[in-house]
Write a protein that binds this ligand. Structure first.
Ligand SMILES: [Zn+2]
Length: 589
């Protein structure tokens, strides 16, 4: 008889462990419920005598490049109630503590009575088991409640719960958020969920007749300890991230900054954003409002949307033209305030009025549309079939048209047009003049801001680069350091003297009085940059872009800012970028 009951018990334990294993792997996908109703410890009774408590592990933390905490778990308390134990006099105390009306008190009691423990959907409801009354109390309220608790027991009790805590309240899109029960959604919380979440523990208890766990079963020998999740060390620089978020307040757009010496993302800002701290505490009310907002504050604009790159793309054109040998950088092109060799009227028009004759460096400095239109036609050839294929292959070498592989969900690949695309678009035939807008980054090419920043990093490194990444290393995982397992690779091969010419053009764009980004210069800083103004075509204001790296020699930051409907790149995006470069270079040494 005793043997039989032992056997039965072990089968039950087996079932519990199976459930526990499946919880650790699949539970997250099968249930959704309001986060504020989830207690950290819930009971999982299968019969009258033994019950298993799930112990949620502490979730891993995420740090910036200097070990400053971006997010970590902190403990808050939920007020729980056993509706069957409530005394008449409890109402007054609770109403005054929580500052709620008697009606709200009754509503919350009713809610608790009907509450179904999400951890055991088939479990029995009883009036004597704790159900949530109010979730995530403030620390002050918890203190007051603790004082009054003896008078409120056994009906009311406090229960621990882990909540994500954001000491700097920053980098919302990068970090993502945590959905109950301890499941990461969007951002790094999603892509590194397996690393961060840890392993849920189990405690077996003898339970009394109302399923209340009492003493450990088998002296706790069968218990499974919860294992804390691993911590992630990122390449992010919190002060730079905070500055970027401040500068983008009230604007729509994004910024990406990369350390060209490592490929590590220093900052990735998407605006409008949201407060990760607020969302963690008030998910039920905040989430629907944010999800339905017309400006899509949950969207990471740096990776999840792409646009024409605008004139920033001329730097890439210049490099491709130099490599293909179709231009001599000293040759001057006569621009008549626009490109006239594809017929009249001049198309594209030039920002510079009147006849001017720039060479390569001057064309980059003043952003001459005519010069780059001519160069594009020469690069792709007059009958651009294989010429366009070669051009597209070269454009792809800068990371365009493919995901960078950044460790975040939702990255878009962008577009690099090919002959198939144009054969579809122009069934009656096409040539270099048909697709001339690509010369000035205004055609079919579509790039994310992350891709542009990566291209700037490649250009800063004279063709050599590390794949952009956020993770530097993961605690407890051997050889997880990025630098230990990756090599610098060559994206684009060009003679040093030619790289220097392109850098000169970008330097002059910022430092020459005729340069389009003269307003972005910072005394003492050798910023190389390129402005861009991306036409919308739908009557709205242009997008404003500025791409740069600094310093000119041994660059330490490559950065791109795009502001939607911001107008001229030089006026809106350039000051944001130069301010960030200045503060980063001042603070990082
Ligand atoms: Zn021109």
């Amino acid at each position: 008889m005793r043997r039989d009951s032992m056997k039965k018990t072990f089968i039950l334990i087996g079932i519990i462990i199976l459930q526990w294993l499946s919880f650790n792997h699949t539970f997250s996908q099968s249930y959704t419920f309001p986060i504020t109703d989830l207690p950290l410890h819930t009971q999982h009774n299968l019969n009258d005598t033994i019950c298993a408590l799930h112990i949620l592990p502490q979730r891993g933390s995420i740090y910036d490049r200097r070990g400053r905490t971006l997010v970590s778990d902190s403990i808050l308390y939920d007020l729980m109630v056993r509706p069957g134990k409530v005394k008449k006099q409890d109402a007054a105390i609770i109403c005054s503590l929580l500052k709620i009306t008697p009606k709200e008190y009754q509503d919350r009691l009713r809610y608790a009575l009907n509450w179904q423990d999400p951890w055991q959907p088939d479990g029995k409801k009883t009036r004597d088991r704790p159900a949530p009354f109010k979730g995530m109390l403030s620390r002050e309220l918890t203190r007051h409640l603790l004082k009054q608790l003896p008078a409120l027991q056994p009906a009311f009790s406090l229960q621990k719960r882990a909540v994500r805590h954001y000491p700097f309240n920053t980098a919302a899109h990068l970090l993502g958020y945590v959905k109950a029960p301890g499941t990461g959604e969007t951002g790094m919380e999603e892509s590194f969920d397996n690393i961060l979440r840890g392993v849920t523990g189990l405690q077996f208890r003898i339970c009394d007749h109302v399923h209340e766990p009492t003493r450990p079963w088998m002296a706790g020998q069968t218990d499974v300890l919860a294992e804390k999740g691993n911590d992630i060390y990122t390449t992010l620089d919190i002060p730079l991230q905070l500055l970027g978020e401040k500068l983008m307040k009230g604007k729509r757009g994004s910024i990406v900054a990369i350390d060209p010496e490592t490929g590590g993302i220093l900052a990735m800002v998407s605006s409008p954003g949201y407060s990760p701290a607020e969302l963690a505490l008030h998910r039920n009310t905040l989430y629907p409002a944010l999800a339905q907002h017309k400006d899509k504050p949950f969207m990471n604009r740096a990776i999840a949307s792409y646009n024409a790159p605008g004139s920033v793309f001329k730097v890439v054109q210049a490099l491709i033209g130099l490599q293909s040998g179709v231009i001599d950088p000293q040759d001057k092109f006569t621009c008549k305030g626009g490109y006239t060799l594809c017929g009249l009227p001049a198309r594209p028009k030039c920002h510079v009025t009147g006849v001017h004759k720039p060479n390569l460096v001057q064309a980059l400095t003043i952003s001459c549309n005519g010069y780059f239109a001519d160069m594009f036609r020469k690069t792709v050839g007059l009958i651009p079939k294989s010429g366009l294929a070669d051009w597209a292959a070269s454009v792809r070498r800068f990371g365009f048209g493919a995901r960078t592989g950044i460790e975040l969900p939702g990255e878009k690949a962008g577009i690099v047009p090919d002959t198939a695309l144009y054969n579809r678009k122009y069934p009656r035939g096409w040539n270099g003049c048909t697709i001339l807008s690509n010369a000035i980054g205004q055609g079919e090419v579509g790039t994310t801001v992350l891709q542009l920043a990566n291209a700037m990093s490649i250009i800063a490194g004279k063709g050599w680069f590390y794949t952009p990444h956020l993770t530097d290393s993961i605690s407890g995982i051997k050889n997880s350091s990025y630098q230990a397992t990756h090599l610098k690779t060559q994206a684009f091969d060009l003679a040093d003297s030619l790289w220097n010419l392109v850098h000169q053009g970008m330097y002059d764009a910022v430092h020459s009085k005729t340069g389009t980004a003269y307003s972005a210069r910072v005394p003492g800083l050798d910023i190389c940059g390129k402005t861009g103004t991306v036409e919308n075509g739908n009557g709205q204001k242009d997008h404003s872009v500025f791409a740069a790296f600094a310093p000119r020699y041994r660059p330490r930051i490559a950065i791109v800012c795009m502001i939607e409907n911001g107008g001229f790149g030089a006026e809106v995006a350039a000051p944001v970028v130069s301010r960030m470069i200045r503060e980063y270079l001042a603070g990082s040494r």
